[in-house]
Design a protein around this ligand. Structure first.
Ligand SMILES: Nc1nc2c(ncn2[C@@H]2O[C@H](COP(=O)(O)OP(=O)(O)OP(=O)(O)O)[C@@H](O)[C@H]2O)c(=O)[nH]1
Ligand SMILES: [Mg+2]
Length: 361
């Protein structure tokens, strides 16, 4: 059950090019608005230096990384919520995503046409977000009409909270406020989760800059508007070209360009954080595997990620940190010295834990 990150934005801003940079793939990318119609789906392994070090000290031939699915969605234009462009098709694909990467064009290439005829990532962002808000308003108005009847006939209905929260979200969206999530607590968010509202999804803005970093002034404007944590600047076309090279060649080229870490790697890791995921590791029968888990999940649930039997028959977990395993060159010494912690089913798994589950089959 890999989580899905949807790539959204206006047409012709570099979404498919970004998808290719991530997957090393060859999705159609061209100077032609609405080049993408059917979404491209690709599974991308999450780079994990800690896993590589574990593999090395354990002397294993292979290991299994975690992955995220990326979906390259059709471009969206003004009026999409009313069916303009590929309208509702775009929106239904975006709705299936767990988080969104919103690509904003910051490169000024006169050869690549802009659907609105000018370079302005701030306005582009507004155009797209307005459509997301309008689409949500429509979803909400349909749901409220139905819930209104329910709470009127049964004022103490369990759906009362859902009704009240949706009304609050609606009031926010009507005032053009997409940041309504901050006002709700966990229970309130849970109550409306089923509506998969687009403005509820975590968003990362990807500023698509030119090959030489052109567009830095636009990135500055963007940073001022949305805050540094949510913006990543990346020369998408260059990254897609790098993705076509063999690993060794790519590293040499990156060193030449003074790039410490590939932009795509930064993006994948940023998405991992955006999805609020942590990684834990298991080592069984000489098989080292990384697993992803929502932040705050407990040991029994983590066991269930591997097999439902392990969750059902959970007895206890033996835990060490990846750093401890690396320093001790494996689990054997840690176990021998009694340094593996014993944890129960309610232990909160920490990022980087190496876990051995004991369970009744
Ligand atoms: N100069 C330059 N061109 C770029 C860059 N990124 C993308 N392009 C070009 O812009 C055009 C559109 O790119 P796509 O990746 O197809 O855009 P898209 O957002 O998927 O477009 P739709 O599928 O039509 O919505 C292509 O000709 C790309 O080569 C960039 O960083 N610099
Ligand atoms: Mg495309």
């Amino acid at each position: 059950m890999a989580l899905i990150v949807g790539i959204i934005g206006l047409p012709n801003v570099g979404k498919s090019t970004l998808f290719n940079a991530l997957t090393g793939g060859e999705a159609a990318a061209s100077n032609y608005p609405f080049c993408t119609v059917e979404p491209n789906l690709g599974m991308v392994a999450v780079p994990d230096p800690r896993l590589a070090r574990l593999q090395e000290v354990l002397g294993l031939q292979s290991c299994t990384q975690t992955a995220i699915d990326f979906v390259d969605i059709a471009g969206l234009v003004r009026g999409a919520s009313q069916g303009e462009g590929l309208g509702n098709r775009f929106l239904s694909h975006a709705r299936q995503a767990d988080a969104l990467v919103h690509v904003l064009r910051c490169f000024a290439d006169p050869l690549v046409s802009h659907v609105e005829g000018r370079l302005d990532p701030l306005t582009d962002r507004q155009v797209v977000e307005t459509e997301l808000m309008l689409a949500d308003l429509e979803t909400i108005s349909g749901a409220l009409a139905r819930l209104d009847k329910v709470v009127r006939t049964e004022p103490q209905s369990p759906q009362r909270m859902e009704f009240e929260v949706l009304k609050r979200v609606e009031a926010n969206l009507e005032r053009g406020r997409s940041g309504w999530k901050a006002e709700l607590d966990a229970a309130e968010l849970e109550a409306i989760k089923g509506h998969t509202l687009l403005t509820a999804k975590p968003v990362l803005y990807l500023a698509n800059v030119g090959e030489q970093g052109e567009g830095a002034d636009q990135v500055e404007r963007l940073l001022r508007e949305v805050g540094a944590a949510e913006v990543l600047a990346m020369p998408v076309k260059l990254e897609a070209e790098l993705a076509q090279l063999a690993p060794q060649e790519r590293r040499a080229f990156q060193a030449e360009l003074g790039m410490e870490q590939a932009g795509v790697e930064q993006l994948i890791r940023a998405c991992y954080r955006l999805l609020d995921l942590i990684t834990f590791y298991t080592l069984a029968n000489e098989k080292l595997q990384a697993w992803q888990l929502p932040q705050g999940a407990m040991a029994a649930k983590a066991a269930g990620r591997i097999h439902s039997d392990m969750e059902r028959g959970f007895i206890r977990a033996e835990v060490a940190t990846a750093e401890e395993v690396i320093t001790a060159q494996g689990l054997v010494r840690l176990r021998g010295e009694g340094r593996l912690r014993t944890e129960g089913r309610e232990y909160t798994i920490q990022d980087g834990d190496v876990v051995h589950f004991l369970f009744r089959a």
